[in-house]
Design a protein around this ligand. Sequence first.
Ligand SMILES: Nc1ncnc2c1ncn2[C@@H]1O[C@H](COP(=O)(O)OP(=O)(O)OP(=O)(O)O)[C@@H](O)[C@H]1O
Ligand SMILES: [Mg+2]
Ligand SMILES: [Zn+2]
Length: 308
Amino acid sequence: MPTCGICLKKTSGSESYHRGCLESLFGAGTLPRFGEIELRTLYRLASEMAGKMSISGVQEKVSLALSSGRTELQISASGGRFILKPEPARYSSVPQNEHVTMLMASLVGIETPPFGLVWLKDGSPAYVIKRFDRLDDGSKLHVEDFCQLCELPLRDKYQGSGEQCVRILRKYATEPLIEIHKLFKILLFTWWVANGDHHLKNLSLLITPKRIHRLTPAYDLLCTRLVIPKDRDLALSIGGKKAKLTRKSWTDFAKYCRIAEKATERLLADQINATGRAVELIRNSFLSEELKNQYMEIVRMNTTILST
Ligand SMILES: Nc1ncnc2c1ncn2[C@@H]1O[C@H](COP(=O)(O)OP(=O)(O)OP(=O)(O)O)[C@@H](O)[C@H]1O
Ligand SMILES: [Mg+2]
Ligand SMILES: [Zn+2]
């Protein structure tokens, strides 16, 4: 039985996706066509679009819009409701890695936009995510990333710390306690999945039409250690450290966040208790057997660190 390219559970018959999963991502029960798009064409379009799109980032990506009947996804420089991230030229398995990692984030209650995997005409996988900064009528919500909020230039996106992000939320969030609690979960999770690229531009504040300032749903979560094995440092320091974090690093950081002891215990236990289900997701993912084994070992090792 095939595995659903959205939720990673088995489908019945020969379907590549569950109908309900397609509905939650695309608003229609059938997979929209995206014409004759190939990886080569995408790389060219991505570099052409890079300056015109309101989304930045290092990896190639294009903006996609759904046709009025929701039957076709078209590449569009403006008005796109989706972002498509194909396999990068230099690294393999990144779409599969981001896809399973974003699903693992949901296990600990981290909010994410709808997302999934699609396959291009040449058979290569690509990751699609729905934009959180567009409303159904096409209007745009205001978003500011933490690099901007810290008033740092782009080149300093790796110069931040978890503590600095907490201060940003104390200063700007409408409900700082709630948002800091969410931030703690996200930072703990990024360490747990060995994501060394969770820098200041991968956290953003969303300003809703009612002027509520809150964290956006999470994005750009992946295990960078699978991509670059020697990359062992976090992008944002915790307690002044980017490596060799311990359970105490997280309980100390929780104190900085002013999270009560009981709530901290709960947060750490939730991450530890997600291991079995995370391993199951990794097992069902579209990663190669070798990468699956490496990923399982990484989360098991970090669970051990968090448990002692
Ligand atoms: N679902 C989304 N909705 C709206 N904006 C998004 C979404 N996902 C990402 N973005 C914006 O697009 C930017 C680039 O996306 P993303 O971080 O996924 O790409 P990347 O190239 O992998 O980034 P990096 O340079 O961190 O490796 C983000 O910094 C964010 O501002
Ligand atoms: Mg990014
Ligand atoms: Zn599904």
